[in-house]
Design a protein around this ligand. Structure first.
Ligand code: FE2
Length: 602
């Protein structure tokens, strides 16, 4: 059975293809359209999925949309009418926006793909999140928690899933919290208040929180109240997102927290305002963690299950995920590589396969690499046409050569195999660098990522060495498989891992098993042999404001216009003539000098 899943029209559109119960491919529209957070109908992603599987739309047994658009429309309409007359200005905009494309999804899918309308199915938004989390995790029974901004009405659900021995699958979402009461909306409101982009920059709030102290926790508790049974409610007078699209927080919110930050105002952590913004971030982060831990702990007691699958955009909060793992009583917490709405494309297709069609349970490969593959020959061709030196190396020489470059302080663009599905680079579209000197971090920030100083970079470490450098609790390595948890760097290693250690001594570490990305694993080992520290800085391969690169040519163009020194795709290596001098890492004493293997320049 061939099932196409689609998420679209809110943010992070995506398509995913499931054939005979197993994912075949999945890609976010932005990776192909090159428009960050592309929310349009994911025609390019659908075309690529079908081409990749050599299918025509007529071959599809079903096309599944990741939410019920009519229910969502009902929610928008109801909220606008409830808020009338305060909503009179935003009402026409909301209705036009919704009526324009979001309601008539069946017609849009049918006309774009030419599939008959009866083949087009809809799942509940949070069922898609739940399926993306549970049906991709290597567990047979688990509690399920989903939390995001909002789907149709639900903003948080709790339940459980079971893959039975007879091949049937059950996902039961028992309770939900409904809009406007939403942890995601609370976090997004603070994101907007702090001058960042909503639905895009929430992780900046998490990064900023480490610089603050939760001194404003009482204020946060005034805007989100706890209810008996673990639920919560946003206090409407502090929010405006339900009445207008112009601003998510009210003047009462400003009275409580002080003037908001203007988006172009730099955050000076030495100033009183900078302090206040960091404290605000720390306070909302702490309350979010407390509520999630409480809800998860109740779920643990209710279900008696030892595994938790956590999905929805809130599950991108690695600090909260680590708190849940540590404090809610679960042995293992599974967060998929794409817990947000893009991942719902895969979730909805799997949900339709297992639950709607009652197809037999299948193991889903435990990796994030469902996107378009990279081709080293394309890189070689582009670089040669551009009169750049191109090297073609066999595997062992390439690994040694790149390990030498990294040890020499060079920044490497690393493209390998199929692209990751999800917002994080997990070793197939990564920028890699030495994790030691802060100079590297500053260079990456200044020349490539052009991002705020307070945002940390993440490390990647082989699973065999993870405990040596990071304080991972039981289950921590699993959560760190997809960079979904933030854990302490061991104190004695913090200065040697300065470029990847956040101000509070933590890191959003990726713990890598060889099977998942063998080439990166080999590179880490080779780098470790040279430096005694098999850890690399791993950040997504993109420049500020752009999606992560997909094809070799995009990687090459990015390499050419920013401070990346070396670019790798397949067996092809391209090095800038003026690559960073091999001097910046000498101070640590244990470094060997760069010993790039002799190679053939083609
Ligand atoms: Fe969602």
């Amino acid at each position: 059975m061939k099932i196409l899943g689609i998420s679209a029209h809110y943010h992070d559109s995506a398509a995913a293809l499931v054939i005979d119960g197993v994912p075949v491919c999945a890609v976010q529209e932005e990776r192909l359209s090159r428009r960050k957070n592309d929310a349009g109908f994911p025609l390019s992603a659908i075309e690529w999925c079908l081409e990749h599987a050599k299918l025509d739309p007529s071959d599809l047994d079903a096309v599944v949309f990741y939410e019920r658009s009519m229910l969502k429309f009902e929610r928008i309409l109801t909220c606008a009418l409830r808020a009338f007359p305060h909503s009179w200005r935003s009402f026409p905009h909301a209705i036009k926006n919704t009526l324009g494309e979001k309601v008539w999804v069946r017609g849009i899918i049918s006309s774009h793909l030419g599939v008959p309308r009866h083949k087009i199915l809809f799942t509940d938004h949070h069922a898609s999140h739940a399926a993306a989390a549970f049906l991709t995790a290597p567990t047979r029974r688990a509690a399920i928690l989903t939390a995001d901004g909002v789907g149709e009405w639900a903003t948080l659900t709790v339940g459980q899933g079971e893959r039975r021995a007879d091949g049937t699958t059950e996902i039961t979402l028992r309770r939900e919290i409904r809009f406007p009461h939403s942890l995601g909306m609370l976090y997004s409101t603070v994101t907007a208040y702090l001058g960042f982009n909503v639905n895009e920059d929430e992780y900046k709030v998490m990064g900023l929180a480490a610089y603050g102290r939760p001194t404003m926790i009482e204020q946060v508790r005034k805007v989100i109240r706890r209810l008996p049974g673990g639920a919560f409610a946003l206090v409407p007078e502090f929010f405006e997102f339900q009445t207008t699209a112009d601003r998510s927080y009210s003047s009462k919110f400003v009275d409580l927290f002080g003037p908001p930050r203007h988006r172009y105002e730099p955050i000076d952590l030495g100033s009183p305002d900078g302090h206040r913004f960091a404290d605000c971030a720390a306070s909302v982060q702490q309350v979010l963690e407390e509520i999630l831990v409480d809800i998860a702990a109740r779920l643990r007691r209710e279900t008696g299950l030892s595994d938790l699958c956590f999905g929805g955009g809130v599950a991108l909060n690695g600090v909260a995920n680590a708190r849940i793992l540590g404090d809610a009583g679960f042995d293992r917490v599974f967060v998929p590589p794409a817990p947000g709405d893009a991942g719902c494309a895969l979730g909805s297709a799997l949900y339709a396969d297992r639950i709607y069609f009652r197809n037999s349970d299948r193991e889903v490969p435990d990796h994030p690499f469902w996107g378009p593959p990279v081709n080293g020959h394309d890189l070689a061709r582009a670089a040669r046409e551009d009169s750049q030196g191109v090297e073609e190396l066999d595997e062992s020489r390439l690994i040694e050569r790149v390990a030498g470059d990294l040890a020499a302080g060079r920044i490497v663009g690393w493209m390998d195999g199929a692209a990751e599905f999800g917002p994080r680079a997990l070793g197939h579209r990564s920028l890699l660098a030495a994790p030691h000197p802060c100079g590297i971090r500053d260079r990456l920030n200044r020349d490539i990522k052009r991002r705020e100083e307070f945002r940390p970079f993440a490390p990647v470490v082989p699973i065999e060495s993870a405990d040596q450098f990071f304080e991972l609790p039981p289950g921590g390595a699993r959560l760190a498989r997809y960079m979904s948890g933030v854990f302490p760097v061991r104190r004695e290693w913090r200065s040697r891992l300065a470029a990847v250690t956040h101000v509070d001594g933590t890191a959003r570490v990726q713990v890598l098993e060889r099977d998942m990305a063998p080439r990166l694993h080999a590179l880490l080992e080779a780098y470790g042999r040279r430096t005694d520290v098999p850890v690399l800085l791993n950040t997504s391969f993109n420049v500020a404001g752009e999606p992560i690169v997909t094809q070799a040519l995009e990687g090459y163009l990015t390499f050419r216009r920013c401070g990346i020194d070396v670019l790798v795709a397949g067996s092809t290596v391209v090095t800038k003539p003026a690559a960073a001098p091999a001097t910046s890492l000498k101070e640590s004493g244990t470094w060997s000098s760069s010993s790039a293997a002799a190679s053939t320049v083609v």
